[in-house]
Design a binder for this molecule. Sequence first.
Ligand SMILES: C[C@H](CCC[C@H](C)C(=O)SCCNC(=O)CCNC(=O)[C@H](O)C(C)(C)COP(=O)(O)OP(=O)(O)OC[C@H]1O[C@@H](n2cnc3c(N)ncnc32)[C@H](O)[C@@H]1OP(=O)(O)O)[C@H]1CC[C@H]2[C@@H]3[C@H](O)C[C@@H]4C[C@H](O)CC[C@]4(C)[C@H]3C[C@H](O)[C@]12C
Length: 382
Amino acid sequence: MALAGVRVIELAGLAPAPFCGMILSDFGAKVIRVDRTKVAMAVDTLARGKQSVALNLKNPEGLAVLKRLCLQSDVVLEPFRKGVMEKLGLGPEELLKENPRLIYARLTGYGQSGSYAKAAGHDINYLAMSGLLSMLGRSSDKPYAPLNLVADFAGGGLTCALGIVLALLERSKSGQGQIIDASMVEGAAYVGSFMWKSRSIGLWNRPRGENMLDSGAPFYDTYRTADGKYMAVGAIEPQFYDQFIQGLGLDAADLPAQMSVSDWPQLKQTFTREFAKRTQAEWSRVFDGTDACVTPVLSLEEVASHPHNQERGSFLRNTQGELSPRPAPVLSRAPAEPRLSRDPFIGEHTRAVLREFGFQEDQIEKLLIGGAVECNEAKARL
Ligand SMILES: C[C@H](CCC[C@H](C)C(=O)SCCNC(=O)CCNC(=O)[C@H](O)C(C)(C)COP(=O)(O)OP(=O)(O)OC[C@H]1O[C@@H](n2cnc3c(N)ncnc32)[C@H](O)[C@@H]1OP(=O)(O)O)[C@H]1CC[C@H]2[C@@H]3[C@H](O)C[C@@H]4C[C@H](O)CC[C@]4(C)[C@H]3C[C@H](O)[C@]12C
């Protein structure tokens, strides 16, 4: 796998950093998640392939353990508010001084500088600050965040993983580590570059929800079918639009021109009426095998069994029977090999990891007794 041999210390966080860690793990890195002690249940549902060590960072011995793990690793991934790691004495200056090859990734909402740097926030706040949220939503409705996909995951976890891979690549030439300042505001904005840069061609001249790609256009929207399901239409180019109109059983000569914006509301009504006449399965049979760019809106229960996804094996089931997307993209020689075993219990690998990092048995026992670390091997064996 592409990242085999890379050792990552991931400080447990909420959503973006766990996703970043899971990407690295899926592609072969050894990812050790540092959890708190005395926690009943992990909130990291993106823990595929990770190991868990439970350390009490408010205990000097626990802190020393973390420092040792970081100094013997390639990457540290931290999801805390600016200044937390420095307060613990584990800021990048300290660690890079002792391990100059270390890649120190800091995944935050607002970045390491600026007046918001220390403020709490979540995806919706970062999305708002990126400018993108103002663009999202239906006509005459308030801005609407598409789950926490854009800032937390695309602009946060994924962008941070890119930064880490770039830094690893650069290190293979320079021998030097570096600090990654991954701000979800900036990551989200960057993911939105197309929106920014396509303003010059007038793609976003109209109010929210009234442009071609934000559900304003009748040929780029979803439609309800007779069985209460939906079809997605993305028939932008004229040759594909023609096939779409044909599939609906309409005659283009009876309709206004595709790009006549003032006629879009009327066209939407026509398409809405037509789609309501058949079920989703019936419409899928009409459009499958054409270039009309019309597809069923599949539920999470339906995606894995759709023939196309099934043929490619796009979703995988772990040993617990849970279904999830397989890692993307697919590399031809060194593809991801996601683990199918269950997620780790908190502290399941404390002892094994400490041994691997050179701690002696008597030292481990002392750390356990002193409450600096916690071990849950027994729970894992039940
Ligand atoms: C599913 C829900 C998640 C939703 C995601 C949401 C939409 C997001 O947008 S996530 C993105 C959040 N933002 C960031 O990550 C940006 C960077 N980080 C921050 O800005 C902050 O960390 C923060 C704002 C997110 C949190 O601030 P906080 O003040 O809490 O923390 P920090 O200032 O960073 O400091 C951390 C302190 O902790 C100390 N620490 C760290 N590790 C250790 C350790 N090992 N030992 C000791 N101490 C440690 C560190 O030293 C700092 O200390 P100081 O302050 O003294 O410096 C989920 C959201 C909530 C979940 C639910 C909830 O948890 C309750 C239940 C729990 C149960 O177990 C499971 C069910 C829950 C209902 C649970 C369910 C879901 O998981 C959630 C709903």
